[in-house]
Design a protein. Structure first.
Length: 150
């Protein structure tokens, strides 16, 4: 069995040793995640979409995370990265004070929002720091307004 650890750096090695003693392998690409309560991810294990290069991406560098079909794409460092995790799991692991879900398929870094354009029918269009535009859908409209104090 393989698990991914989402714990503080101080607890990582002792937990890894304990799990290893019970035959459980710690792997950053595992589907099963063991995390501390109230602890948010500091990095995400990703791989580059084009070249397949793997990296641990600091969450503060993330601009947005989107689902494109069955693929979850992380936009950061001016590049596109893939992750094997589902969007709802990623959203739960990210600090809600820093990241906000704006649609069924998109989570944005609040600090990366450069422009908010209201549109008709309870929607916003966000311009992000990398120049991309994403929609805030009606389902997330009031949550977005409350979060940004609009």
């Amino acid at each position: 069995m393989k698990v991914r650890l989402a714990v503080s750096p101080e607890r990582y090695e002792p937990l890894r040793a304990q799990l290893g003693a019970h035959g459980i392998e710690v792997d950053d690409s595992a589907e099963l995640v063991l995390s501390e309560t109230g602890r948010f991810a500091e990095t995400l294990a990703v791989r580059e979409r084009a070249g397949g290069v793997r990296a641990l991406l600091p969450v503060e560098e993330i601009v947005s995370i989107e689902t494109l079909g069955r693929e979850v794409v992380v936009y950061a460092r001016g590049r596109c990265w893939q992750t094997g995790e589902r969007l709802y799991r990623l959203a739960a692991r990210l600090d809600p004070d820093r990241f906000l879900r704006v649609s069924q398929s998109t989570v944005v870094n609040r600090a990366a929002v450069r422009e908010i354009t209201p549109t008709l029918f309870m929607r916003f269009i966000l311009t992000l720091s990398d120049g991309r535009r994403v929609d805030v859908t009606r389902t997330y409209y009031y949550l977005f307004k409350e979060s940004f104090g609009i």
